[in-house]
Design a protein around this ligand. Structure first.
Ligand code: SF4
Ligand code: SF4
Ligand code: SF4
Length: 276
């Protein structure tokens, strides 16, 4: 859409060019945004839509250049203030799209566990020794079987909205700062803080495993509030003490069980890195 500063030339009867101003409801300075899905289930984008009115109010403040999930219009390819990326860069096309987005965006932020940590697809990396692909496809010739890598293996990531799916309220909290061109600061706070605030009895006290103390909070402790262990979809918190967590959990789960749970959301490589 043309903004109010853009002008068009038309010719009058005397063939002298005159200028008219094209009016637009968009102020020229609205930040330009694109929301792009790579390989994903699109659940994180649905978490945005689930915000309803609150999300629409936010959308009013931006110029949406591309959002394939809700509109068919071609991306004009203009420079962006923020590119929001969901999903894993798995195919060659995904990787090309991602690199192009980075080139034209001041900030690139990722939405969700797949983009940030490899997500559920990363289970394949850990299980490849067991030939997982043969359990899925009868004939594997011609099937690309690439290693799953997080977005930051390909391009610089300025900010992450973690989780599977992301927490909509957290998006509303931090996105305005990103719109100002700044990177928000997130407190290093475990899931346990919100779990306690909700008045839950700690699963560990009942001898049941939970990753809460080493995992980045911000999800309102949804899993332990339903008496399910935190499996770490939001990733390790910067100061999360993996060794202490593992020592505590040894009384509640075997090493194999621990490993299996860390594979669900692509947490295993981060845990191994932290344990070195
Ligand atoms: S993080 Fe979860 S909800 Fe989001 S795209 Fe990946 S699988 Fe879907
Ligand atoms: S149940 Fe889990 S998240 Fe809640 S306080 Fe205990 S360890 Fe922390
Ligand atoms: S409790 Fe843990 S697994 Fe559940 S949403 Fe929060 S971080 Fe993810």
């Amino acid at each position: 859409m043309k903004n109010k500063n853009q002008q068009e030339e038309i010719k009058n009867d005397n063939l002298k060019p005159i200028k008219i101003k094209i009016k637009s409801n968009l102020p020229a300075n609205k930040p330009k945004i694109a929301i792009v899905a790579l390989t994903s289930c699109e659940g994180c984008q649905f978490a945005l839509l689930d915000l309803g009115e609150k999300f629409l109010e936010l959308v009013e403040k931006v110029e949406m250049i591309d959002w394939g999930m809700i509109e068919d219009e071609e991306d004009s390819g203009v420079s962006l203030d923020i590119a929001i990326v969901e999903g894993s860069p798995i195919t060659e096309e995904n990787i090309k799209t991602l690199k192009k987005l980075r080139e034209r965006s001041k900030l690139l932020v990722v939405l969700g566990n797949c983009a940030a940590m490899g997500g559920v697809p990363e289970i394949k990396n850990y299980q490849e020794g067991k030939n997982t692909i043969k359990h899925v496809y009868k004939y594997i010739q011609g099937i690309e079987n690439v290693e799953i890598k997080e977005v930051d293996n390909f391009v610089k990531v300025d900010f992450t909205f973690p989780g599977c799916p992301i927490t909509g309220e957290e998006f509303l909290k931090y996105f305005p700062t990103l719109l100002e061109g700044k990177i928000p600061e997130r407190a290093d706070q475990p899931v346990c803080v919100e779990c306690k605030a909700r008045g839950n009895r700690c699963l560990l006290l009942d001898g049941k495993p939970c990753f809460g103390p080493m995992i980045q909070g911000g999800c309102d402790a949804v899993c332990p509030s339903s008496r399910m262990m935190c499996q770490g979809c939001r990733g390790l918190r910067p100061k999360g003490n993996v060794k202490a967590m593992r020592a505590t959990l040894k009384k509640m789960m075997t090493d194999e069980e621990f490993e299996n749970v860390t594979e669900i959301f692509g947490l295993r490589d981060s845990v191994e890195e932290r344990e070195k």
